[in-house]
Design a protein around this ligand. Structure first.
Ligand SMILES: [Zn+2]
Length: 256
């Protein structure tokens, strides 16, 4: 993978259009599919509104958002209503977020958030555009990338260093079973997994897991059966080979 941009600084109508053409051109030329490891991604024609890139091998769709600034809490996305609707459809794309170096003309950071980490909580509605705006009343959205737990933010390039492809694909596969859950019920599972990862241990006890209750209650104040919900998530994670029960209230993470 070559991190430099080769696209001509052609005379596009705006700086944002130039950046989009440049970064999408780079992705179609250099980027592999983080879902299946296939060598190349293909670009959709520009008039296709649902996604920017796709994998011919596994059919995964991708959206690419690029910025000059550090990847932070939010990424600006398209129409809010479309985004919410997309969440529940099979064609919802996974998200690449790129930080590029405008002077050097190269990629500095690139992460991918697999679509199975998307929940309605991550889509933030923006204020409607002012009546004086060209698209008055239009409502956009932000994707709250900062709320995605570390296991759902997979580094592909970090500070100009390329992460090993096998590691990227492996990280993706470790969580792909989340696709079996509907987006509106995925939040509990994702947050429980994030808490387990934060323990930083290969083994933990049910009491450790009950220790997640205050954090989870803060996120889901409407649910009063927090311990039961935690046990349900552990069960699901066991059934999908993410962890195993080793007896007497002990759990062990399974490395794949
Ligand atoms: Zn693929």
């Amino acid at each position: 993978m070559n991190l430099g941009f080769q696209e001509d600084q052609a005379a596009f109508e705006s700086a944002s259009q130039t950046a989009r053409v440049t970064t999408e051109g780079w992705a179609a030329r250099e980027l592999y599919c983080p879902a299946c490891g296939d060598d190349a991604l293909a670009a959709y024609p520009n008039n296709k509104p649902v996604a920017d890139l796709f994998c011919k091998s596994c059919n995964e769709d991708y959206e690419l958002k690029s910025q000059k600034t550090r990847i932070g809490a939010k990424v600006l996305d398209g129409a809010w209503a479309t985004m919410l609707q997309r969440l529940t459809s099979a064609s919802n794309p996974s998200l690449f977020v790129m930080r590029y170096h405008a002077e050097v003309r190269a990629v500095r950071d690139l992460i991918v958030v697999p679509k199975h980490f998307f929940t309605p909580d991550l889509i933030e509605k923006r204020k409607p555009l002012a009546p004086t705006a060209w698209r008055a009343g239009w409502v956009g959205c932000n994707i709250l990338v900062g709320r995605v737990p570390p296991l759902g933010r997979i580094d592909i390039v970090r500070e100009g260093q390329i992460v090993d492809r096998a590691e990227v694909v492996n990280r993706w596969r470790r969580t792909s079973f989340l696709r079996e859950k509907r987006p509106d019920t995925r939040g509990w599972l994702i947050e429980t997994m994030a808490q387990i990862e934060m323990l930083g241990r290969k083994e933990f006890t049910i009491d450790d897991a009950y220790g997640f209750a205050p954090a989870l209650s803060a996120l889901y104040p409407e649910n009063s059966h927090v311990r039961e919900k935690i046990r349900q998530q552990l069960q699901f994670l066991r059934d999908h080979g993410w962890l195993e029960f080793v007896g007497r209230g002990r759990y062990r993470l399974i490395k794949r």
